[in-house]
Write a protein that binds this ligand. Sequence first.
Ligand SMILES: C[S@@+](CC[C@H](N)C(=O)[O-])C[C@H]1O[C@@H](n2cnc3c(N)ncnc32)[C@H](O)[C@@H]1O
Length: 275
Amino acid sequence: MTNASDWQGAVGKSWAQEWQRTDTSFGELTPHLLAAIAAEPGETIVDIGCGAGELSIAVGLARQQASVTGVDISDDLVKSASARSATPNVTFVAADASQLQPEGARPDLYVSRHGVMFFPDPPQTFAHLAAVAAPGARFVFSCFRKPSENDWATSLAALLPPSDPPAQQRFAPGPFAFADPDHVRACMAGWRDHSFTPVDFVYVAGAGVDPVGEAMALFRRIGPAASALRNLPEAERTEVETRLLALVEAHLAGGRVTFPAAAWLITATSDHRNG
Ligand SMILES: C[S@@+](CC[C@H](N)C(=O)[O-])C[C@H]1O[C@@H](n2cnc3c(N)ncnc32)[C@H](O)[C@@H]1O
């Protein structure tokens, strides 16, 4: 489980410092999102949970007449995104999506790459986003399908000591919180006409001159291995690191460390009628 205070604190800081590596890891998903977004009208575009801003910038470059605002709850990520962006129609704002008050025109297109499954109260937040958007606004976002379809997650989990099962709660924010389409429909209060397109992509853990070193650096800072490693006593940490290295080396091929990954591309239309 990764909650809002994790993103506002250490997790957001790690993602901000590691943005080149997280861009690489998700990079093969971005063209699928851009193709889905290109099929939608929209001049006032908001990227929810924009992180370090790769998708916001790509959308801004593809739609130069549109204004694109990346919104994220982490100040550190908004600073990273702002520092790297030189795209005049793209701006970044630190805000919690559940209380977003867009300035100027109402958003007519929300986009997100894996940024919406961390809301503590998804029905409230989706209803709020519909209420502050233009009537008939569209949403295009990606999220992971279930862990058993995401080899990177199951392989990492197999290396780590078992953790306590999370407390049973209806909306537990986390990377796999939106794996079940029925649950997503229940979360998306204020939105209708959902479509779910499965996208299989390659999760690139490491590339470049030292792909194994890059993948180790990514997993030490980002995701489930990072949080387990932070909390383990030294002897156990060394053992997990050894197993992690063997896993990474086993996935090295063609100069990259890759894992099969599975996402949903989800679209929906705002049902909010009061404008
Ligand atoms: C998995 S990261 C994805 C980041 C980015 N979209 C990308 O693809 O690199 C999830 C992002 O959602 C943001 N986030 C989580 N809860 C949020 C909220 N309530 N409002 C705005 N952003 C939120 C986090 O700070 C984080 O940047």
